[in-house]
Each structure stands twice: as C-alpha cells, then as structure tokens.
Design a protein around this ligand. Structure first.
Ligand SMILES: C[S@@+](CC[C@H](N)C(=O)[O-])C[C@H]1O[C@@H](n2cnc3c(N)ncnc32)[C@H](O)[C@@H]1O
Length: 259
C-alpha cells in the first residue's frame, strides 16, 4: 500500500473518519519507517489516534442529540471532572476583565463548549472551540444552535498553526485562549511543539490558560510528571498571572511579557 492507501485504511474506522488529515499523517509518521507490514502500521496508528483523540469520552456523545449540558458534560472525562467547580473556575479566569464582552478561544476543546452555561451571566461571551474530532464539533454546533448560544465549533488541527493564528486575530478583544489538557497530546506527536505553539499564540491573546491533568486518566491516581522544563520555559518567556489547582487539574495562566 502507498501512504495514501494506508491513511484511507486508518480512517475507515468511523471514530477517526472526521479527523483532519494533518493529524492522521502525523500519527502515521511515527510508524512509517518501522520494518513492519502495512496492516501493523494501520493497527499502531489507530491505537495512537485513540489515545490522543477519542479515548476521553463515551461513545454516546459522538452523535448530536437533544440533551442538556449536564448529560454531555458527564460523558467526557475532562468535563465530568470539572462539573462541580466550572462556575468557580470561570469566575477566577474572567474576573479581572472589566469589559462586558469577552472572546474565548478553546483549543482542543473536546466538548468543553457545552459548559457555556457556567460562564458569568454578567458577561457576553463569544465562544469559539477548535477540535480535531469532527463528530465532537458537530455535537457542539448542534448544542449551540438548539440552545441559541453565542458559540461556534471549528474542525481543525492544532498543528495548522498559521490557521489557528488567523482564527485568533479575527476575534474581538479582549481574547482569552484555553488549552485545557491538550499540550501533552501535542507533545506526543511533536516534541517541544508546546513551546513553538505558545510563543506564537501568547502574544495574540490577553490571557492564555494552560491546564494539565494531575491524576492519571485510566487509574484515577495522582501521578507525578516532571513539568519543570515547561514551568521554566513559561517563567523565561511569559508573565505568569496565576497558578492554581482544582481536583484533578493544574492551571497556569500566562500573558505576554511587557517589554
Ligand atoms: C483530554 S481532551 C481535553 C478536552 C478539553 N480541552 C477539556 O479539557 O475538556 C484533549 C482534546 O484535544 C483534542 N486534540 C488533541 N490533539 C489535537 C490536535 N492536534 N488538534 C486539535 N485537537 C486536538 C482531542 O481530540 C481531545 O478532544
């Protein structure tokens, strides 16, 4: 099989059928040079795609349906964990904005846009979610339309950096960018991509919120990961506005350094 055929075999599986080609290519690149047959490349690529893109949620989320926010949020590992403290989290992230209208760009959003009802009621939030899994994008857009929410979800790979920058630049200021539990996935496919990515994104936003899981996804145990390199990088390059932990998640709030 040539590369294109291997890719079309990989995405024959429904859960990967709506991923941006760029992400599927990046995953296949990991195995392309191995001396294994094409079927094994397909198998290994699918296993890695699952780990990065689709392992966080129950299958039931994958299709648009008329359910309330709670139904969706409890069916995805990340949003379920945040469910009890969303209001407190959003209050803390948005309280220092004096403006009534705020743009939020949620990168690698999963279905986090469904938590729109937890944004402070005294603000007008323009929400844009960017997510690789097309099915989740459809679910969010369906939910926004049904509930007349000022939000939109876009299907795109975060490896398309120039496209992501274009999306940010179009947003009305002030702009806040969320990168909740997504940088580890990017690092799995391209080492040090978080650094390259943040250097380009942070100057375009008023605030960038990065979060990391502090509990392992499958075992639900506290786990220790050495993120010293990441914190050192942030200290050297940005202004750190806030650093706090809620159950299962550590948040770091970054801003461009004033020169
Ligand atoms: C652990 S989930 C977190 C979802 C959401 N940010 C939250 O915390 O509720 C990671 C999400 O990032 C998405 N993702 C991973 N790599 C991506 C990429 N290269 N481009 C776009 N989305 C990506 C995955 O599909 C998945 O929905």
């Amino acid at each position: 099989m040539d590369k294109e055929e291997v890719i079309s075999r990989i995405i024959k599986k429904k859960e990967f059928s709506q991923l941006p080609k760029k992400d599927v290519e990046k995953v296949l690149e990991k195995f392309e040079r191995r001396e294994i047959d094409d079927e094994d490349k397909v198998k290994l690529s699918r296993a890695l795609l699952k780990k990065i893109f689709t392992s966080f949620m129950g299958r039931k989320i994958m299709n648009p349906k008329s359910k309330d926010a709670r139904w969706f949020l409890l069916r995805h590992v990340s949003t379920k964990e945040r469910f009890d403290y969303y209001s407190e989290l959003y209050e803390r992230l948005l309280e220092d904005f004096k403006e009534k209208e705020i743009s939020i760009l949620d990168l690698g959003s999963g279905i986090n846009g469904v938590s729109y009802c937890f944004f402070p009621k005294n603000k007008k939030i323009n929400y844009v979610g960017v997510e690789a899994v097309g099915q989740l994008v459809n679910v969010m857009n369906f939910y926004f339309k049904e509930n007349k929410i000022n939000g939109i979800a876009i299907s795109k790979s975060l490896f398309e950096l120039e496209e992501i920058k274009k999306i940010i630049k179009k947003l009305k200021k002030p702009r806040i960018v969320f990168l909740f539990k997504v940088l580890d996935s990017l690092e799995m496919l391209k080492g040090d991509y978080s650094k390259e990515f943040l250097k380009e994104i942070v100057p375009l936003a008023d605030k960038v919120v990065v979060s990391f899981a502090t509990k392992s996804f499958f075992k639900r145990e506290k786990f220790k990961v050495n993120r010293k390199w990441f914190f050192d990088f942030c200290r050297e390059n940005f202004h750190i506005l806030d650093n706090f932990e809620f159950p299962g998640e550590n948040y770091l709030v970054l801003k461009k350094r004033e020169s």
